[in-house]
Write a protein that binds this ligand. Sequence first.
Ligand code: GDP
Ligand code: MG
Length: 161
Amino acid sequence: SSSEDEGEEYLFKIVIIGDSAVGKSNLLSRYARNEFNMHSKATIGVEFQTQSLEFDGKEVKAQIWDTAGQERFRAVTSAYYRGAFGALVVYDISRRSTFDGIPRWLDELKTHSDTTVAMMLVGNKCDLESIRDVSVEEGKNLAESEGLFFMETSALDSTNV
Ligand code: GDP
Ligand code: MG
C-alpha cells in the first residue's frame, strides 16, 4: 500500500567504465554537479556520487561510481563492479581505439557482475563532430549486437547527459 511505501528508499549502483580519457569523470561531474573540466586529471579520492531523481512518484537514488584512474593500469577491481545494477560503457567518438576496447570492457563487466546488469553503450565527445572517428551507425550496430542501450553524449556541451 502507499502508506507502506512511505520512507522506502531505492538505491541503485551504477558503474562507469571505459578506456582512460574518454570522459567518464566529466560525464559524472556534468551530471551530478553541472561541472566540466577541460584539463581534468585522474580522479583521486572520489569513489561515487549520489544523485536523487523522482521516478513513478518515488525517490530513487543513483549511486554512480567512477574509477579512480585504475582503468589506466587495467586494474579495476571486482569490488568496483559488485552489486552494480547498471553500467555505462563509454568510448570517445573521436578516438577509434577506445571503441575497439569496448568488447574487453564488456567481458570484464560480465565476468565481475553478479546479477543481470542494465548496460548502456555511450559514445562521448559528440561535440567533436569535425574529428569524428566512429560513426553513429557503428555505435548503434555494436549496441544492437551486444544487447545494449545506446546514446551519444557530450560532457562538454551537456548533450544527453
Ligand atoms: P576519464 O579518464 O574517462 O575519466 O576522462 P576525463 O573525464 O578525465 O576526460 C578526459 C579529457 O577529455 C579531459 O581533457 C576532458 O576535458 C575531455 N572531455 C571529457 N568529456 C568531453 C566531451 O564531451 N567533449 C570534449 N570535447 N572533451 C571532453
Ligand atoms: Mg576519470
